[in-house]
Structure formats: C-alpha cells, structure tokens
Design a protein around this ligand. Structure first.
Ligand SMILES: Cc1cc2nc3c(=O)[nH]c(=O)nc-3n(C[C@H](O)[C@H](O)[C@H](O)COP(=O)(O)O)c2cc1C
Length: 182
C-alpha cells in the first residue's frame, strides 16, 4: 500500500539523516536522500517532509524543493533544519527570510531541530572540511558569520568540545503537523 508521506533529506554530518530516519519510523513514511528523489513522483504523497543542515542560516539542499514546488499541489509541506545555534523568534524569522521565497508564503510548516558537530568531521577528508576552510577564510576577511557558524568554527579549531544535541522530542511539532493532514 502506498505510504501517506515521504521524507527527503540532505545531510553532511548525519544529523538531518538521523532525524529523517526517526520520523520515517514514527510516521511509517518512505525515506530518500534528496539526490535520489524525483520531485514529480514525490508529488504523489499527501505529506512531504524535507530536512537539511543549517549553514550560514541556509538550509542545505532546500533549493531542490523550492525549484520543484510547482509540482506540489495540496500536499502538506514540512521543512526542518538541523543546526547548532540556539534559536529565538528573531533568528527563526531570519532563517525563513533567507530560505523561503515569497511565492511559498505560508504554504509550509518550518521546524528547526538541534543538530551537532564533531571536530573529526571538520578535518582532513571530513564531510564539512571544505566548508569549514571557506568559513575560516571568511572570518579572516572579517566577513559576517552567524552564531552557528562561529560555534562550528570553534569546534573545528578545538576551542569548543564536540556537540551532540540530537533530541527526538524536538520532532513533536513535525509529527503532529504530519498527522493533521487528513
Ligand atoms: C561551516 C559550517 C557552518 C555552520 N553554520 C551554522 C549556522 O549558520 N547555524 C546553525 O545553527 N548551525 C550551523 N552549523 C552547524 C550545522 O548546522 C550542524 O552541524 C548540523 O548538525 C548539520 O546538519 P547535518 O548533520 O545534517 O549535515 C554550521 C556547521 C558548519 C560545518
């Protein structure tokens, strides 16, 4: 039987993936990395959930969903991000303004989730080593960095210990919004 929803994700260090896996289990949804998804097929599901890591207040991989938004009709669209910065209403407003174009207006639910970062991911061939190098350069050029960026760089440089804030209880709003679709 076709499932009620699909969860797509893009994850460099694994946090968005872990949330996606947890949600897929809880909701009994199909799950796929965004790179393997065909948005036309995705439009067959009544609920579409997308999650990606926050970098410089941008949600990784969200572009694909926005470009495919025209294929989505009456679906419930839920977006989550995994990030390190502690959030307040102002920051959530900023993230929304950075990521969601006006034409999407309020046709989606957005929920930020607590992520994490380990120093080993920032080094050598680690999944975010290149991004970290770029952000270090930005800092050297006195360019503006977000709170999350600064914390990521402190972890990369060993000034702050590894962070792991994975917390499935933060997914309650997402589960509720997904179950409300009928
Ligand atoms: C270069 C870099 C920049 C980051 N910028 C932010 C940020 O702006 N805001 C934030 O909350 N977290 C930021 N983070 C932390 C990531 O969002 C966090 O590690 C998250 O768990 C990544 O998701 P993923 O594990 O699914 O890839 C940054 C991490 C890196 C490596």
């Amino acid at each position: 039987m076709a499932k009620d929803g699909i969860i797509l994700y893009s994850s460099k260090t694994g946090y968005s993936k872990r949330y996606a896996e947890y949600l897929a289990e809880e909701l009994d949804y199909t799950i796929k990395p965004i790179q393997k998804a065909n948005l036309f097929n995705v439009s067959c599901y009544p609920v579409v959930i997308y999650g990606g890591g926050l970098k410089h207040n941008r949600i990784d991989g969200l572009r694909g969903i926005i470009d495919g938004f025209k294929y989505l009709g009456d679906q419930t669209l839920i977006i989550f991000s995994a990030g390190l910065a502690s959030l307040n209403d102002d920051l959530i407003k900023q993230i929304k303004a950075h990521n969601f174009p006006e034409f999407m207006s309020d046709a989606y639910v957005y929920q930020p989730l607590p992520g994490g970062l380990h120093r080993k991911d920032c080094e050598g061939n680690g999944p975010v080593a290149k991004e970290v190098a770029l952000y270090l350069q930005k800092r050297d050029e006195h360019k503006k960095l977000t709170r999350g960026d600064k914390l990521a760089l402190a972890i990369a440089e060993g000034q702050t210990p590894d962070q792991d804030r994975f917390d499935t209880s933060a997914c309650a709003t997402i589960i509720q919004a997904a179950r409300c679709h009928v």
